[in-house]
Design a protein around this ligand. Structure first.
Ligand SMILES: *Cc1c(COP(=O)(O)O)cnc(C)c1O
Length: 395
Protein backbone atom coordinates (compact mmCIF):
# COMPACT_ATOMS: atom_id res chain seq x y z
CA UNK A 1 0.00 0.00 0.00
CA UNK A 2 1.19 3.52 -0.78
CA UNK A 3 0.35 6.34 1.61
CA UNK A 4 1.25 9.96 0.99
CA UNK A 5 1.40 11.66 4.37
CA UNK A 6 3.63 14.64 3.62
CA UNK A 7 1.09 17.27 2.62
CA UNK A 8 2.82 19.98 4.66
CA UNK A 9 5.78 19.64 2.27
CA UNK A 10 3.61 19.74 -0.81
CA UNK A 11 0.27 18.47 -2.08
CA UNK A 12 -0.88 16.69 -5.19
CA UNK A 13 -2.34 19.20 -7.66
CA UNK A 14 -6.13 18.74 -7.63
CA UNK A 15 -8.08 17.78 -10.73
CA UNK A 16 -10.01 21.04 -10.40
CA UNK A 17 -6.74 22.99 -10.53
CA UNK A 18 -5.37 21.01 -13.48
CA UNK A 19 -8.61 21.39 -15.45
CA UNK A 20 -8.60 25.12 -14.75
CA UNK A 21 -5.00 25.42 -15.92
CA UNK A 22 -5.02 23.40 -19.13
CA UNK A 23 -6.65 25.98 -21.46
CA UNK A 24 -3.99 28.49 -20.40
CA UNK A 25 -1.21 26.58 -22.13
CA UNK A 26 -2.66 26.65 -25.64
CA UNK A 27 -5.97 28.49 -25.89
CA UNK A 28 -5.57 31.43 -23.55
CA UNK A 29 -1.86 32.06 -24.04
CA UNK A 30 -1.82 35.84 -24.26
CA UNK A 31 0.37 38.15 -22.25
CA UNK A 32 -1.93 40.09 -19.92
CA UNK A 33 0.11 43.23 -20.63
CA UNK A 34 -0.60 43.09 -24.39
CA UNK A 35 -3.19 45.56 -25.61
CA UNK A 36 -4.65 43.31 -28.32
CA UNK A 37 -7.58 41.00 -27.82
CA UNK A 38 -5.52 37.86 -27.07
CA UNK A 39 -3.75 39.77 -24.32
CA UNK A 40 -6.90 41.33 -22.94
CA UNK A 41 -8.59 37.95 -22.64
CA UNK A 42 -5.64 36.77 -20.56
CA UNK A 43 -5.80 39.97 -18.50
CA UNK A 44 -9.46 39.37 -17.74
CA UNK A 45 -8.70 35.85 -16.49
CA UNK A 46 -5.83 37.18 -14.38
CA UNK A 47 -8.16 39.65 -12.70
CA UNK A 48 -10.82 36.97 -12.17
CA UNK A 49 -8.21 34.84 -10.37
CA UNK A 50 -7.22 37.83 -8.23
CA UNK A 51 -10.86 38.37 -7.28
CA UNK A 52 -11.25 34.67 -6.40
CA UNK A 53 -8.18 34.69 -4.15
CA UNK A 54 -9.23 37.96 -2.49
CA UNK A 55 -12.71 36.63 -1.66
CA UNK A 56 -11.22 33.62 0.14
CA UNK A 57 -9.73 35.96 2.77
CA UNK A 58 -12.32 38.76 2.76
CA UNK A 59 -9.80 41.01 0.99
CA UNK A 60 -10.19 43.27 -2.03
CA UNK A 61 -8.80 42.18 -5.39
CA UNK A 62 -6.43 45.16 -5.54
CA UNK A 63 -4.86 43.99 -2.27
CA UNK A 64 -3.65 40.69 -3.82
CA UNK A 65 -0.23 40.49 -5.50
CA UNK A 66 0.84 37.27 -7.20
CA UNK A 67 4.33 35.96 -6.45
CA UNK A 68 6.45 32.91 -7.21
CA UNK A 69 5.44 31.29 -3.92
CA UNK A 70 5.29 31.59 -0.17
CA UNK A 71 9.00 32.34 0.22
CA UNK A 72 8.86 35.34 -2.10
CA UNK A 73 5.72 36.67 -0.40
CA UNK A 74 7.39 36.40 3.02
CA UNK A 75 10.53 38.16 1.78
CA UNK A 76 8.56 40.97 0.15
CA UNK A 77 6.34 41.52 3.19
CA UNK A 78 9.27 41.80 5.58
CA UNK A 79 11.36 44.07 3.34
CA UNK A 80 8.32 46.27 2.77
CA UNK A 81 7.81 46.81 6.49
CA UNK A 82 11.50 47.58 6.95
CA UNK A 83 11.44 50.15 4.13
CA UNK A 84 8.28 51.75 5.50
CA UNK A 85 9.87 51.82 8.95
CA UNK A 86 13.08 53.45 7.70
CA UNK A 87 11.24 56.67 6.98
CA UNK A 88 10.28 56.92 10.64
CA UNK A 89 13.58 55.54 11.92
CA UNK A 90 11.90 52.36 13.14
CA UNK A 91 14.39 49.52 12.98
CA UNK A 92 13.03 46.79 15.23
CA UNK A 93 11.07 43.64 14.32
CA UNK A 94 9.16 41.24 16.55
CA UNK A 95 8.91 37.61 15.45
CA UNK A 96 9.08 34.14 17.00
CA UNK A 97 11.68 31.40 17.32
CA UNK A 98 9.79 28.88 15.23
CA UNK A 99 9.03 30.70 11.99
CA UNK A 100 9.64 29.11 8.60
CA UNK A 101 13.12 29.68 7.21
CA UNK A 102 11.69 32.00 4.54
CA UNK A 103 11.02 34.39 7.44
CA UNK A 104 13.90 33.48 9.77
CA UNK A 105 16.64 33.69 7.16
CA UNK A 106 15.27 37.00 5.87
CA UNK A 107 15.32 38.37 9.41
CA UNK A 108 18.86 37.07 10.01
CA UNK A 109 20.05 38.83 6.86
CA UNK A 110 18.42 42.08 8.02
CA UNK A 111 20.12 41.77 11.41
CA UNK A 112 23.46 41.96 9.60
CA UNK A 113 22.25 45.21 8.07
CA UNK A 114 21.47 46.86 11.39
CA UNK A 115 17.87 45.79 11.99
CA UNK A 116 17.18 44.52 15.50
CA UNK A 117 14.93 41.46 15.88
CA UNK A 118 13.26 40.11 19.02
CA UNK A 119 12.50 36.39 18.64
CA UNK A 120 9.70 35.70 21.08
CA UNK A 121 9.67 32.29 22.78
CA UNK A 122 6.88 29.83 22.12
CA UNK A 123 5.51 27.82 25.02
CA UNK A 124 5.95 24.07 25.17
CA UNK A 125 2.62 23.57 23.39
CA UNK A 126 3.98 25.42 20.38
CA UNK A 127 1.77 28.49 20.75
CA UNK A 128 3.09 32.02 21.32
CA UNK A 129 1.64 34.04 24.18
CA UNK A 130 -0.12 37.20 23.09
CA UNK A 131 1.29 39.03 26.14
CA UNK A 132 4.84 38.11 25.08
CA UNK A 133 4.29 39.64 21.65
CA UNK A 134 2.71 42.71 23.23
CA UNK A 135 5.60 43.27 25.62
CA UNK A 136 8.19 42.80 22.86
CA UNK A 137 6.73 45.69 20.82
CA UNK A 138 8.70 48.93 21.23
CA UNK A 139 8.40 52.53 20.05
CA UNK A 140 10.73 51.72 17.17
CA UNK A 141 9.05 48.43 16.09
CA UNK A 142 8.22 48.49 12.38
CA UNK A 143 6.85 44.95 12.05
CA UNK A 144 5.39 42.01 13.91
CA UNK A 145 5.61 38.80 11.87
CA UNK A 146 4.10 35.63 13.36
CA UNK A 147 3.15 32.57 11.36
CA UNK A 148 -0.51 31.53 11.25
CA UNK A 149 0.12 27.79 11.61
CA UNK A 150 3.47 26.13 12.14
CA UNK A 151 4.64 23.91 9.29
CA UNK A 152 6.20 21.24 11.51
CA UNK A 153 3.89 20.86 14.49
CA UNK A 154 0.75 22.40 13.00
CA UNK A 155 -0.01 24.69 15.93
CA UNK A 156 -2.30 27.65 15.24
CA UNK A 157 -1.24 30.99 16.68
CA UNK A 158 -3.53 33.61 18.28
CA UNK A 159 -3.50 35.70 15.11
CA UNK A 160 -6.64 37.74 15.75
CA UNK A 161 -5.43 38.76 19.20
CA UNK A 162 -1.97 39.68 17.90
CA UNK A 163 -3.63 41.62 15.05
CA UNK A 164 -5.68 43.63 17.54
CA UNK A 165 -2.58 44.55 19.53
CA UNK A 166 -0.66 45.57 16.41
CA UNK A 167 -3.54 47.75 15.30
CA UNK A 168 -3.68 49.46 18.68
CA UNK A 169 0.10 49.98 18.79
CA UNK A 170 0.17 51.04 15.11
CA UNK A 171 2.66 48.36 14.07
CA UNK A 172 2.45 46.52 10.73
CA UNK A 173 1.39 42.89 11.19
CA UNK A 174 2.41 40.18 8.73
CA UNK A 175 1.52 36.50 8.98
CA UNK A 176 2.94 33.60 7.00
CA UNK A 177 -0.33 31.76 6.39
CA UNK A 178 1.11 29.16 4.03
CA UNK A 179 0.07 26.22 6.23
CA UNK A 180 -3.26 27.76 7.19
CA UNK A 181 -4.71 28.98 3.89
CA UNK A 182 -7.30 26.57 2.55
CA UNK A 183 -7.18 24.60 5.81
CA UNK A 184 -8.66 26.99 8.35
CA UNK A 185 -10.83 30.09 7.94
CA UNK A 186 -9.00 33.38 7.54
CA UNK A 187 -10.54 36.85 7.47
CA UNK A 188 -7.90 39.57 7.07
CA UNK A 189 -10.28 42.35 8.13
CA UNK A 190 -11.62 40.65 11.24
CA UNK A 191 -8.10 39.54 12.21
CA UNK A 192 -6.44 42.93 11.51
CA UNK A 193 -3.84 41.40 9.23
CA UNK A 194 -1.82 43.93 7.19
CA UNK A 195 0.10 41.42 5.09
CA UNK A 196 -0.37 37.68 4.58
CA UNK A 197 1.56 35.12 2.54
CA UNK A 198 0.15 32.03 0.83
CA UNK A 199 1.55 29.35 -1.47
CA UNK A 200 -0.37 27.44 -4.15
CA UNK A 201 1.21 24.04 -3.67
CA UNK A 202 0.22 23.74 0.00
CA UNK A 203 -3.49 23.52 -0.84
CA UNK A 204 -3.50 21.33 -3.96
CA UNK A 205 -2.56 24.10 -6.37
CA UNK A 206 0.55 24.11 -8.56
CA UNK A 207 4.10 24.80 -7.34
CA UNK A 208 6.00 28.01 -8.01
CA UNK A 209 3.09 30.35 -7.40
CA UNK A 210 1.85 32.20 -4.35
CA UNK A 211 0.36 35.48 -3.32
CA UNK A 212 0.92 38.34 -0.94
CA UNK A 213 -2.07 40.13 0.49
CA UNK A 214 -1.12 43.70 1.35
CA UNK A 215 -3.81 45.91 2.87
CA UNK A 216 -4.38 49.17 1.02
CA UNK A 217 -2.10 51.73 2.59
CA UNK A 218 0.83 49.33 2.66
CA UNK A 219 3.41 50.63 0.20
CA UNK A 220 5.03 47.48 -1.18
CA UNK A 221 8.76 47.34 -1.94
CA UNK A 222 9.74 45.46 -5.09
CA UNK A 223 12.00 42.45 -4.93
CA UNK A 224 12.03 42.23 -8.73
CA UNK A 225 12.33 45.32 -10.93
CA UNK A 226 11.16 45.45 -14.52
CA UNK A 227 7.76 45.86 -16.11
CA UNK A 228 4.66 47.28 -14.48
CA UNK A 229 2.94 43.97 -13.71
CA UNK A 230 1.13 43.55 -10.38
CA UNK A 231 0.49 47.30 -10.04
CA UNK A 232 4.23 47.89 -10.50
CA UNK A 233 5.13 45.89 -7.40
CA UNK A 234 6.29 42.61 -8.93
CA UNK A 235 7.80 42.70 -12.40
CA UNK A 236 7.77 39.78 -14.83
CA UNK A 237 5.11 38.34 -17.13
CA UNK A 238 2.52 36.69 -14.92
CA UNK A 239 2.55 32.90 -14.66
CA UNK A 240 -1.08 32.82 -15.69
CA UNK A 241 -1.62 29.02 -15.82
CA UNK A 242 -0.25 28.68 -12.29
CA UNK A 243 -2.14 31.71 -10.99
CA UNK A 244 -5.43 30.39 -12.38
CA UNK A 245 -4.66 26.91 -10.99
CA UNK A 246 -3.88 28.32 -7.56
CA UNK A 247 -7.10 30.35 -7.51
CA UNK A 248 -9.16 27.30 -8.49
CA UNK A 249 -7.47 25.12 -5.85
CA UNK A 250 -7.90 27.76 -3.17
CA UNK A 251 -11.58 28.24 -3.93
CA UNK A 252 -12.13 24.48 -3.85
CA UNK A 253 -10.29 24.21 -0.52
CA UNK A 254 -12.14 27.11 1.05
CA UNK A 255 -15.55 25.95 -0.25
CA UNK A 256 -14.94 22.56 1.42
CA UNK A 257 -13.03 23.79 4.42
CA UNK A 258 -15.39 22.57 7.15
CA UNK A 259 -16.14 19.25 5.48
CA UNK A 260 -12.47 18.49 4.93
CA UNK A 261 -11.49 19.65 8.42
CA UNK A 262 -14.02 17.31 9.97
CA UNK A 263 -12.90 14.33 7.89
CA UNK A 264 -9.16 14.91 8.14
CA UNK A 265 -9.11 15.77 11.85
CA UNK A 266 -10.89 12.47 12.61
CA UNK A 267 -8.07 10.63 10.80
CA UNK A 268 -5.49 12.78 12.62
CA UNK A 269 -7.03 12.05 16.01
CA UNK A 270 -7.12 8.32 15.32
CA UNK A 271 -3.42 8.42 14.42
CA UNK A 272 -2.55 10.40 17.53
CA UNK A 273 -4.61 8.10 19.75
CA UNK A 274 -3.10 4.89 18.40
CA UNK A 275 0.52 6.01 17.95
CA UNK A 276 0.56 7.50 21.45
CA UNK A 277 0.33 3.93 22.73
CA UNK A 278 3.97 3.46 21.71
CA UNK A 279 5.94 3.67 25.00
CA UNK A 280 8.17 6.71 25.48
CA UNK A 281 6.55 8.72 22.73
CA UNK A 282 5.22 12.26 22.83
CA UNK A 283 2.89 14.30 20.64
CA UNK A 284 4.40 17.66 19.79
CA UNK A 285 2.24 20.76 19.78
CA UNK A 286 -1.11 21.76 21.18
CA UNK A 287 -3.87 19.24 20.51
CA UNK A 288 -6.64 21.84 20.24
CA UNK A 289 -5.01 24.80 18.48
CA UNK A 290 -3.86 22.62 15.62
CA UNK A 291 -4.46 22.43 11.88
CA UNK A 292 -6.70 19.46 11.03
CA UNK A 293 -4.04 17.57 9.07
CA UNK A 294 -0.95 17.56 11.29
CA UNK A 295 0.49 14.80 13.47
CA UNK A 296 3.96 15.34 14.93
CA UNK A 297 5.50 12.92 17.39
CA UNK A 298 8.84 12.01 18.88
CA UNK A 299 9.95 8.50 19.80
CA UNK A 300 12.77 8.19 22.27
CA UNK A 301 15.91 6.27 21.40
CA UNK A 302 15.64 6.37 17.60
CA UNK A 303 16.74 8.59 14.73
CA UNK A 304 14.01 10.28 12.72
CA UNK A 305 15.95 9.75 9.51
CA UNK A 306 16.07 5.95 9.89
CA UNK A 307 12.40 5.91 10.78
CA UNK A 308 11.56 7.81 7.59
CA UNK A 309 13.64 5.53 5.38
CA UNK A 310 12.01 2.43 6.80
CA UNK A 311 8.52 3.90 6.52
CA UNK A 312 9.33 4.76 2.92
CA UNK A 313 10.15 1.09 2.28
CA UNK A 314 6.72 0.26 3.70
CA UNK A 315 5.12 2.68 1.24
CA UNK A 316 4.61 5.56 3.67
CA UNK A 317 5.85 9.02 2.63
CA UNK A 318 6.33 11.08 5.77
CA UNK A 319 8.77 13.65 7.07
CA UNK A 320 10.78 14.33 10.18
CA UNK A 321 9.79 17.96 10.17
CA UNK A 322 10.47 20.48 7.51
CA UNK A 323 11.45 19.37 4.01
CA UNK A 324 13.72 22.39 3.92
CA UNK A 325 15.94 21.12 6.75
CA UNK A 326 16.34 17.59 5.47
CA UNK A 327 19.93 17.02 4.52
CA UNK A 328 21.10 18.83 7.64
CA UNK A 329 21.78 16.83 10.78
CA UNK A 330 20.69 19.58 13.16
CA UNK A 331 17.47 18.84 14.99
CA UNK A 332 14.54 21.01 14.02
CA UNK A 333 14.60 24.59 15.36
CA UNK A 334 10.86 24.24 15.94
CA UNK A 335 11.18 21.23 18.24
CA UNK A 336 14.04 22.90 20.10
CA UNK A 337 11.92 26.06 20.42
CA UNK A 338 9.17 24.12 22.21
CA UNK A 339 11.77 22.87 24.65
CA UNK A 340 12.51 19.34 23.48
CA UNK A 341 16.04 18.15 24.30
CA UNK A 342 18.30 17.54 21.28
CA UNK A 343 18.30 13.76 21.71
CA UNK A 344 14.48 13.60 21.66
CA UNK A 345 14.08 16.12 18.83
CA UNK A 346 16.17 13.80 16.63
CA UNK A 347 13.49 11.10 16.76
CA UNK A 348 10.66 13.12 15.24
CA UNK A 349 8.00 12.10 12.76
CA UNK A 350 5.58 14.42 10.95
CA UNK A 351 2.54 12.93 9.25
CA UNK A 352 0.59 15.57 7.34
CA UNK A 353 -2.67 14.37 5.85
CA UNK A 354 -5.13 15.52 3.21
CA UNK A 355 -8.76 14.77 2.38
CA UNK A 356 -7.41 12.23 -0.12
CA UNK A 357 -6.17 9.92 2.63
CA UNK A 358 -8.40 6.95 3.41
CA UNK A 359 -9.20 5.10 6.60
CA UNK A 360 -7.28 2.06 5.25
CA UNK A 361 -4.19 4.20 4.73
CA UNK A 362 -4.39 5.45 8.31
CA UNK A 363 -4.68 1.84 9.51
CA UNK A 364 -1.58 0.95 7.51
CA UNK A 365 0.34 3.74 9.28
CA UNK A 366 -1.01 2.62 12.66
CA UNK A 367 0.18 -0.93 12.03
CA UNK A 368 3.55 -0.01 10.53
CA UNK A 369 4.93 2.77 12.76
CA UNK A 370 5.03 0.74 16.02
CA UNK A 371 6.71 -2.17 14.20
CA UNK A 372 9.37 0.09 12.75
CA UNK A 373 9.94 1.94 16.03
CA UNK A 374 10.37 -1.42 17.81
CA UNK A 375 12.77 -2.67 15.20
CA UNK A 376 14.90 0.47 15.32
CA UNK A 377 14.94 0.49 19.11
CA UNK A 378 16.25 -3.08 19.14
CA UNK A 379 19.27 -1.89 17.17
CA UNK A 380 19.71 1.40 19.01
CA UNK A 381 22.61 1.67 21.50
CA UNK A 382 20.85 4.68 23.06
CA UNK A 383 17.68 2.65 23.63
CA UNK A 384 19.79 -0.11 25.18
CA UNK A 385 21.32 2.37 27.63
CA UNK A 386 17.86 3.74 28.43
CA UNK A 387 16.59 0.23 29.17
CA UNK A 388 19.56 -0.58 31.40
CA UNK A 389 19.06 2.66 33.31
CA UNK A 390 22.44 4.04 32.19
CA UNK A 391 20.52 6.92 30.62
CA UNK A 392 17.37 8.50 31.98
CA UNK A 393 14.16 8.61 30.00
CA UNK A 394 13.10 12.13 29.09
CA UNK A 395 9.70 11.17 27.72
C1 LIG B 1 6.10 25.83 2.32
C2 LIG B 1 6.17 27.01 3.22
C3 LIG B 1 6.74 28.23 2.79
C4 LIG B 1 7.41 28.36 1.45
O1 LIG B 1 6.49 28.37 0.40
P1 LIG B 1 7.05 28.11 -1.09
O2 LIG B 1 5.86 28.37 -1.96
O3 LIG B 1 7.49 26.70 -1.14
O4 LIG B 1 8.12 29.10 -1.32
C5 LIG B 1 6.72 29.29 3.65
N1 LIG B 1 6.17 29.19 4.87
C6 LIG B 1 5.62 28.06 5.33
C7 LIG B 1 5.01 28.03 6.68
C8 LIG B 1 5.61 26.93 4.52
O5 LIG B 1 5.07 25.80 4.98
Amino acid sequence: MFVYADNAATTKTSKTAIDAMLPFFDKIYGNPSSLHEVGQIAKEELEKARETVAKCFNAEAREIYFTSGGSEADNQAILTAVKMGERKNKKHIVSTKFEHHAVLHTLQKLEKQGIEVTYVDVNKNGVVKVEDIASAIREDTCLVTVMFANNEIGTIQPIKEIGAICKKRKVIFHTDAVQAAGHINIDVVDMNIDMLSISGHKFHGPKGVGALYARKGIFLTNLIEGGAQERGKRAGTENLPAIVGMAAALKEAVDNIDKHAKYVSALRDKLIRELSKIPHSVVNGDLVNRVPNNVNMCFEGIEGESLLLMLDMEGISASSGSACTSGSLDPSHVLLAIGLPHEVAHGSLRLSLSAENTEEEIDHIIKTVPEVVNYLRKMSPVWDELCKGELNHVI
